[in-house]
Design a binder for this molecule. Structure first.
Ligand SMILES: [Zn+2]
Length: 180
């Protein structure tokens, strides 16, 4: 990304994390790192970051966001047989569409395993979850989310899951993140 995009990225982060400062020295430091990465890739990482429990109060750092991301130069090489990797399980892929599709299921499976252990003291086999069709998996996943939403005492968790079923407006999302 270029400098203008770096500033746009920082302003985007600032929208959601009001303690995140956008100053000249911060812009330069981020630009030195971000110049090698694609703007949309990094922006997507910011969105993923914001959706995670443990990062509700923590500010994103440049290094956290680029971890596992291919550089623009590497992305061009993907066609020439250079692999890209899933940031959850490290499985290699040849193209981004394939990886994106895999990543959705892979990160959801990680969530299902973790939450099943927490709520039902049950170890669910990863291979079994991968063997399900998209429909079957989604049904289980939604059931689990609804269960957690109904039983959790954590108001934020309840709201966050609610947003998956009814995506919030930008205003609601901002309000929610501010309250955290
Ligand atoms: Zn994976």
């Amino acid at each position: 990304m270029n400098k203008k995009e770096t500033i746009e990225l920082l302003n985007f982060i600032h929208t959601f994390y009001k303690d995140f400062e956008v100053r000249e020295d911060i812009i330069s430091a981020w630009y030195n790192i971000m110049c090698e990465y694609d703007f949309n890739d990094v922006k997507r990482e910011v969105e993923k970051f914001m959706a995670e429990d443990r990062y509700q109060k923590q500010l994103p750092t440049a290094y956290m966001l680029i971890k596992g991301l291919p550089k623009v130069k590497e992305k061009v090489d993907v066609q020439d047989g250079v692999k890209i990797y899933c940031s959850v399980c490290n499985r290699p892929f040849n193209d981004h569409a394939e990886l994106d599709k895999h990543f959705d299921r892979c990160s959801s499976i990680r969530y299902v395993i973790k939450q099943s252990k927490k709520w039902f003291k049950k170890d669910i086999d990863k291979k079994f979850l991968w063997s399900l069709s998209d429909e079957e998996f989604e049904e289980r996943y939604n059931k689990l989310l609804k269960y957690i939403m109904e039983h959790t005492e954590d108001e934020n968790e309840r709201k966050r899951i609610g947003f998956i079923f009814n995506p919030p407006s930008e205003e609601e999302a901002r309000e929610f993140l501010k309250g955290n």
